[in-house]
Write a protein that binds this ligand. Sequence first.
Ligand code: ZN
Ligand code: ZN
Length: 102
Amino acid sequence: MLELRPTCEHCNKPLPPDSLEARICTFECTFCATCVTEVIGNVCPNCGGGFVPRPIRPSNNWKGDNYLGKYPASTTVKHRPVAAAVHEAFSASIRKLPPDKR
Ligand SMILES: [Zn+2]
Ligand SMILES: [Zn+2]
């Protein structure tokens, strides 16, 4: 189950569970759509993978308590801003590959 982390790891913008801007990598490193495009170039600074939109957990109990009320979003902020020069060096070769070839 996803943690649904509360903010962008780079800019710390709030990303509530119903945000359409939240993007995650396979380890659930969480960034806003703007930072994925403009800051990290769709290369996760932690694992090198790509990003996809984070699914939205239903806020209504449609079935079997599988909803946000029973499984709330994480409130633990992971604010680890990316250093531009460091990320440039890390991602230079990786970003030439599409995520499914990394
Ligand atoms: Zn951001
Ligand atoms: Zn990652």
